[in-house]
Design a protein. Structure first.
Length: 87
């Protein structure tokens, strides 16, 4: 059960990071509110995301938003995609 939980949060983080990068390249800004609405739409289309707690998925979005705020404030590097194996 934990593997499914971590896999879903990693998918959520990576999906939203790719979405934010695509929106930024087009010239659009994105925020936690936009990502949260996208998460709701994403959960409607995928059944396996509904099997884990929505709080964990929302927390992954908050972590991504915090990483972006730190990047634009020049406190950290650009957010990276999460990998199953840390290396």
């Amino acid at each position: 059960m934990l593997a499914k939980h971590f896999g879903c949060t990693r998918f959520d983080y990576n999906h939203m990071l790719a979405r934010r990068q695509a929106r930024f390249n087009v010239g659009l800004r994105s925020s936690y509110v936009n990502d949260s609405a996208e998460l709701t739409r994403l959960k409607c289309t995928t059944d396996w995301l509904n099997e884990v707690s929505s709080l964990a998925l929302q927390e992954a979005l908050r972590h991504l938003d915090h990483a972006y705020r730190n990047f634009f404030a020049r406190r950290a590097g650009f957010p990276r995609f999460k990998r199953k194996r840390a290396a």
